[in-house]
Design a protein around this ligand. Structure first.
Ligand SMILES: *[C@@H]1O[C@H](CO)[C@@H](O)[C@H](O)[C@H]1NC(C)=O
Length: 134
């Protein structure tokens, strides 16, 4: 092999090594589904704090006003928890579970006075959790 073809092989190897990990990472961070959380607490209750996380991703605390929606992405096939606090009330629930929700593109949560409700179509709802008071 001449010096020139050696160089070509070397550069090609470097290119493969540089691009491979980023494509693997790119696949890892493709959004698998969206989590929607809507604050439907009674008028006058004020904004709530919502935090959603998995073992790998933590979206941090967000303030969500009355009637407003918070949205975050599911990045890994893992369980995502969300927790919400409003004054002395607090709730936490499994916002995304791969086995339960893995086939859909979105999971909808409605936070109302009488509980935490799940929907896959933003139209029919099932109560999954209730508020706790410390
Ligand atoms: C879900 O439905 C509510 C009420 O119809 C609507 O306001 C909201 O925009 C919908 N959310 C999404 C993400 O489609």
């Amino acid at each position: 092999m001449g010096a020139r073809s050696c160089l070509v092989v070397f550069l090609a190897s470097v290119l493969i090594i540089i691009t491979l990990p980023s494509s693997v990472l790119g696949r890892q961070y493709k959004q698998l589904a969206a989590i929607h959380v809507t604050n439907l607490m009674p008028k006058g209750s004020g904004p709530m704090q919502i935090r959603c996380k998995s073992s790998y991703t933590d979206y941090g605390m967000h303030q969500v006003g009355e009637g407003d929606e918070y949205q975050c992405g599911v990045r890994e096939r893992a369980v995502y928890y969300c927790m919400a606090t409003l004054g002395r009330q607090m709730a936490s629930w499994h916002a995304f579970q791969p086995r339960r929700d893995g086939s859909g593109k979105a999971v909808y949560w409605m936070l109302k006075d009488d509980g935490i409700f799940l929907s896959w179509d933003n139209s029919s709802w099932v109560r999954k959790s209730v508020w706790e008071t410390d």
